[in-house]
Design a protein around this ligand. Structure first.
Ligand SMILES: [Zn+2]
Length: 344
């Protein structure tokens, strides 16, 4: 329905060559439990950056340390979500080289499934597809010092005490930093030359992914909300600009936890001004956005999902037949040790 409003910036079918059509999703990500973003090991500090607090007046002169949710921390779980369904509907392909089923973090992407076509791959044996989903680091609104907690984890014995049967005290296992519940990250996701069904697939992955970060089975509950959708001929302001402008628009003093309604109002005020920016041709109204999200949910619903995913898979058919031949040839001339894009 309202997806047709975006038709000028949607591709009618998948094409190999880019044509400068941009769709921007403004995403608010809110932690609903303790969350841990770090590269590896425990006890490491959270990712953060020193940046200007805002873009105006005093805020522009104030430097604060903001938490960062890196792009890999966003995309990897969202890709995995979509792939779970591709697997369930038997839409992942086997890699012709070694006969293994398409999987992330290996040398053997199938180069044929929806995920490979959309999120891209760099295969060891030659062949590559650029990702058409451009993410960037998302920043917390409040300073890291306000939204990070410290927890010391002790080993408790089965008696429920800190002492074993011989009376020896338990040693602290470690001290670990975590992001508190109720922390907000603002994020700009740019989609390049996607079709209507690809857009539905990507939005579904973002809306339905609920766990992020390290040890995500135990902590890391997060809720994503789409605050705005734009069509344009170029990229729109960055996640950092968005978070700084929203910080300016919020009343002071600011304390954790922020009121989410006030935050959403402030962010929407900021993006309302984007209408006049950098080649924007379409901005969905509140009603159109709600319709788009309903459309996405309908296509992902148990009744429609099989149809939807198969239709999307089918859309790459003609490109799939050419690709394996071409890649075979390339594979011979290229070394096998080309690095693989690793998702964490
Ligand atoms: Zn694949």
């Amino acid at each position: 329905m309202s997806i047709s409003k975006l038709s000028s910036v949607l591709a009618t079918s998948y094409e190999n060559f880019p044509k400068g059509r941009f769709i921007t999703l403004v995403v608010l990500r809110t932690t609903h439990s303790e969350t841990i973003f770090r590269t590896e090991g425990s006890g490491e500090p959270m990712c953060s950056e020193f940046v200007q607090a805002g873009l105006e007046g005093e805020n522009q002169k104030t430097i604060i340390q903001r938490l960062v949710m890196t792009k890999r921390k966003q995309v990897a779980p969202e890709r995995r979500y979509g792939r779970e369904h591709l697997r369930a509907h038997e839409l992942l392909y086997t890699n012709p080289k070694d006969g293994s089923l398409c999987s992330l973090n290996t040398n053997a992407p199938c180069e044929m499934c929806v995920d490979c076509f959309l999120y891209g791959f760099a295969a060891g044996g030659g062949g590559a597809q650029k990702s058409r989903i451009w993410t960037e680091d998302a920043f917390s609104i409040l300073p890291a010092s306000d939204v990070v907690g410290d927890r010391t984890i002790n080993a408790i014995y089965e008696t429920g005490t800190m002492r074993d049967e011989k009376g020896n005290a338990s040693t602290a296992l470690n001290t670990s930093e975590y992001i508190k519940p109720g922390v907000h990250f603002l994020d700009v996701v740019t989609l390049k030359d996607v079709t209507a069904d690809e857009l539905r697939y990507i939005i579904g992955n973002i809306l339905f992914t609920s766990r992020y970060g390290a040890v995500s089975s135990r902590v890391g509950r997060m809720e994503n909300e789409i605050l705005g959708v734009f069509g344009s001929i170029t990229e729109l302001p960055s996640s950092l600009e968005l978070v700084q402008a929203t910080y300016d628009a919020l009343g002071k003093p600011l304390e954790h936890p922020l009121n989410i309604k006030q935050l959403i109002t402030a962010s929407k005020q900021v993006i309302a001004n984007w209408k006049n920016k950098r080649g924007v041709s379409v901005q969905l109204s509140e009603e159109e956005l709600a319709n788009l999200l309903t459309d996405v949910e309908t296509n992902w619903s148990p009744d429609e999902r099989d149809n939807f995913l198969k239709r999307l898979t089918q859309s790459y058919e003609s490109f799939r037949q050419v690709a394996p031949e071409k890649n075979k040839g390339k594979g011979k001339s290229k070394g096998k040790n080309t690095p693989v894009e690793v998702e964490i």
